[in-house]
Design a protein around this ligand. Structure first.
Ligand code: PMV
Length: 362
């Protein structure tokens, strides 16, 4: 089992260390969804996601050992240039939680600046991009402080492990193109503890796939993902759901390897609606889709039927629609998107994203 605990990662107290590290990390969109967890952010079923490109967080971490005393976590946090105490408190807790992996976090004063490429109020979950960017910074910090060296794959695996502890789905954001998280016989080296890169195993048609994020509502979600995961514990459909997710993943991996878009789309859309069905069948029940989410789904299906073009949707835990299609049909679908879908978005807001390359040092 991977265990990154390392009591030796302590800075020699005679030397002052300071510096600055920055990473950009994207969000990701799950195709087979992670919904239900146990233990320390361990998934009830394996999932696969496409890595996004334009929806990202940039995190700058300034650090110094100068003047640091005591065993607490010292951190100032600025979001979009403004001091943000509620985010700061969350990150202090996270750093304390991982202090058996990185004991040096208690020897440092941190100043962290974080910026999202998308508006905070867009209803897009920023935890995947922000937690993975932070994890990347921490893993780089270990290398700078202790001269540790890692192969890129090992480095990303460790960063993925740390990201997972911050926010489950964040562990899939660090890799190019696609990532599988959760133990499955269908993906070699897969694990519940970290995501693995999966871009090499899928057809290249997915390497520059489009994901237009159609913002149906920018409001705060009435039920958080954390509460949603917890409600799966009492959901009557939970066990069959976990079995179904394994089967769908197995079939989706084959479809993605072969570039079979019809099979890809059928599984992806069923998954999105299953996720929302699980919310509706939770106790208490709740609904995150909104009238315009359903209207868009209808229009997408109608357009697909009429044109035969491979354009599909998915949703995450919110009302926004992710529109998925290959680059080859961009010119043909663009007029439909602009005239039929964008007017249904709140303030015409859409983030025209693509599959991207994962976290990058900046
Ligand atoms: O990582 P969390 O705890 O925010 O959960 C993410 C859940 C979904 O976005 C709905 C699905 C997924 O696999 O990303």
């Amino acid at each position: 089992m991977t265990d990154y605990k390392n009591p030796k990662l302590l800075i020699n107290s005679n030397t002052i260390k300071s510096g600055r590290i920055a990473w950009r990390s994207p969000s990701n969109i799950a195709l087979v969804k992670y919904w239900g967890k146990h233990g320390l952010q361990l998934p009830r079923n394996p999932s696969i996601s496409l890595t996004l490109d334009k929806a990202y967080t940039e995190t700058i971490m300034e650090y110094t050992t100068e003047g640091k005393s005591g065993d607490n976590i010292e951190l100032d946090f600025y979001f979009e240039g403004k001091s943000n105490e509620s985010f700061a408190e969350k990150i202090r807790k996270f750093l304390l939680n991982i202090s058996d992996i990185f004991p040096f976090v208690k020897q440092i004063k941190f100043t962290v600046h974080s910026h999202n490429s998308f508006p905070h109020s867009s209803g897009i979950a920023s935890s995947a991009s922000s937690m993975s960017a932070l994890a990347m910074c921490l893993c780089s910090l270990e290398m700078e402080l202790f001269g540790t060296t890692y192969e890129d794959e090992e480095f990303r695996k460790k960063a993925s492990f740390i990201s997972r502890l911050g926010s489950g789905s964040a562990c899939r954001s660090v890799y190019p193109h696609a990532s599988v998280w959760g133990k499955t016989d269908d993906a070699k080296d897969s694990s519940d503890l970290f995501g693995i890169g999966y871009g090499e195993h899928i057809h290249e048609i997915f390497h520059d796939f489009h994901d237009d994020i159609l913002i149906v509502s920018q409001g705060e979600k009435p039920v958080s993902s954390r509460a949603g995961h917890a409600l799966m514990e009492g959901n009557a459909y939970a066990e069959p759901r976990y079995k179904q997710a394994n089967e769908r993943l197995s079939n989706l991996l084959i479809a993605m390897k072969e570039g079979d878009l019809e099979k890809f789309g059928t599984i992806t859309e069923n998954e999105a609606l299953t996720l929302h069905a699980l919310m509706m069948t939770s106790n208490p029940s709740y609904i995150l889709m909104q009238p315009n989410s359903l209207e868009m789904i209808e229009r997408i299906r109608k357009f697909r039927k009429e044109t035969g073009l491979p354009i599909y949707f998915t949703l995450d835990a919110g009302p926004n629609i992710h529109l998925l299609y290959p680059h080859s049909i961009y010119e043909k679908v663009n007029p439909f998107i602009l005239s039929e879908l964008v007017p249904l978005c709140e303030n015409d807001m859409v983030i025209r994203d693509r599959v991207g390359l994962g976290s990058v040092k900046i």
